[in-house]
Design a binder for this molecule. Structure first.
Ligand SMILES: *Cc1c(COP(=O)(O)O)cnc(C)c1O
Length: 474
């Protein structure tokens, strides 16, 4: 039979060349990332049009496509894999995790079932046990490897919903939410926006949720948790995305458990404070909660996407997630990943977490957390020394700074993003405009902090000067 020639039918040699080309392009990208503009500069956005246009009829040469992607795509990336991106809690990726990710991409495993990827299912068990140990959580928890904390919240809260309703004699898996006993949902005033989406998806609409006031740092005032009756879920937060503050989770657990409520912890990045001897007091009592959601792509610095849902009572998670069909194996004997999470076919996320944890070890993880917190403290000291107001207690890796009135702060943030030495974003804290510095990357050094501070302070001084000049001309 004659085969149809096509640009996509490679010889093995072409395949190898294509992968080497990708590797050298990627290496070059990472090798030069420290010296490039951290944002997107020049014509990069405009040039993206070269990646669009009508779809070709007959397909194009893969080597050409890779080159195009690199030439046009690379400049239109934000250099968050570099050392001076501080705009949001976005980690870089440890070198070993990028390399492991490449290998895993070549494996192209479907992680849904043990039989479709023994290595992936096995590593999920291994990594889950390590994570529970590292984060100080009970050793028998169940877990799912998901896209991020948003999805980890959905997953863990589905287990919570299942468990609290079952206690009231209602099986939500078979009887659904219509007619179910009402579940009281309690969150702190500073709950992360993604939690609202998770709750709404599960049938807990916004106007039904009880909101507990927070203190000046954004911590839930535990004493103000409403004393409810009936099924209830209290959502605590470890690591406020603005201030880094952690809810008093031990106290919350005591109060909630006395009400027979489930405690869920959104610990996207903050949960990692548990790995650092110097910071773990911030999460005292966290092991008493019933479920936890966290990220590996933020503070552990593995490639996106990677989140973990953890549930104290494994059966609650498995029952909320499990499905049966004649073509799926019986999940009793080994880990069937799809029986623990929402997704069926998906990538093998545990691989990069395995690589990160094994290469760092316990001390290495603690050092990564400590180092980034120290860098955040350096930023705060630098801002204060220059006379600017730091709006939060810098307990973790988050710093909020104001450069004066809201207008000046906004202008200075834009100027910093345009200048390109580093990248920081804006936020509102207690009604005031602030610049938020999140230090989450393994790659950031003290020299990067100093270089970024110098650039930020020079821009702030210049902007303030030009502002007072234009004011005096009025
Ligand atoms: C980042 C974050 C989330 C959302 O996590 P994703 O990984 O983006 O889904 C939720 N809660 C908190 C506190 C966060 O910092």
């Amino acid at each position: 039979m004659e085969s149809t020639p096509s640009p996509n039918s490679h010889s093995q040699n072409e395949y190898t060349q294509l992968l080497s080309d990708a590797a050298s392009r990627a290496s070059r990208y990472l090798a030069t990332i420290r010296e490039r503009h951290v944002g997107v500069a020049g014509d990069a956005l405009y040039n993206l049009a070269a990646l669009g246009g009508p779809l070709s009829l007959h397909g194009e040469d893969p080597r050409f496509l890779l080159k195009l992607l690199d030439q046009i795509g690379s400049p239109a990336t934000i250099a968050s894999a570099g050392a001076r991106f501080f705009g949001g809690v976005v980690g870089g990726a440890l070198p070993v995790t990028v390399a492991a990710h490449w290998l895993a991409d070549a494996w192209d495993q479907n992680a849904c079932l043990f039989d479709l990827s023994p290595v992936s299912a096995y590593l999920e068990d291994v990594v889950l046990a390590w994570l529970l140990n590292l984060l100080g959580l009970p050793p028998d928890c169940g877990g799912a490897f998901v896209t991020g904390t948003q999805m980890a919240d959905v997953t863990a809260l589905a287990a919570a919903r299942y468990a609290v309703l079952l206690k009231s004699g209602w099986d939500v898996q078979s009887d659904g939410m219509f007619g179910a006993p009402p579940v009281t949902i309690i969150v702190g005033e500073e709950v992360h926006a993604t939690m609202w989406k998770a709750l709404a998806l599960l049938g807990f609409g916004r106007s039904r949720v009880r909101v507990v006031p927070a203190d000046s740092q954004g911590r839930m005032r535990a004493s103000e948790i409403p004393r409810t009756q009936g099924p209830a879920i209290v959502c605590a937060q470890i690591g406020n995305v603005n201030t880094g503050a952690c809810d008093p989770v031990g106290e919350i657990c005591d109060i909630a458990h006395a009400l027979d409520a489930w405690v869920h912890v959104d610990g996207a990045f903050g949960l990692w404070a548990a790995t650092s001897p110097a910071r773990k007091h911030l999460v005292d009592g966290v092991a008493c909660a019933d479920s936890w959601a966290t990220d590996a792509h933020k503070w552990l610095n593995v490639p996106h996407d990677s989140g973990i849902a953890i549930v104290r009572e494994p059966e609650a998670l498995r029952r909320a997630m499990s499905i049966t069909a004649s073509y799926y194996p019986d999940p009793a004997s080994k880990r069937e990943p799809m029986q623990w999470g929402l997704e069926s076919s998906r990538r093998a996320r545990a691989i990069e977490i395995w690589a990160a944890l094994r290469s760092l070890g316990k001390d290495g993880v603690a050092d990564l957390i400590e180092r980034t917190c120290r860098h955040a403290a350096m930023f705060a000291e630098g801002f204060r020394a220059a006379g600017y107001e730091v709006l939060n207690d810098v307990v973790l890796n988050q710093v909020l700074v104001s450069f004066g009135d809201d207008g000046s702060t906004a202008r200075i943030i834009s100027a910093i993003q345009e200048e390109g030495t580093c990248w920081c974003g804006g936020t509102l804290w207690k009604g005031r405009k602030a610049m938020r510095v999140s230090v989450s990357s393994w790659a950031t050094t003290e020299a990067d902090v100093t270089r970024s501070l110098d650039a930020i302070l020079a821009i702030a001084a210049r902007e303030s000067k030009s502002e007072s000049q234009s004011a005096s001309q009025l």
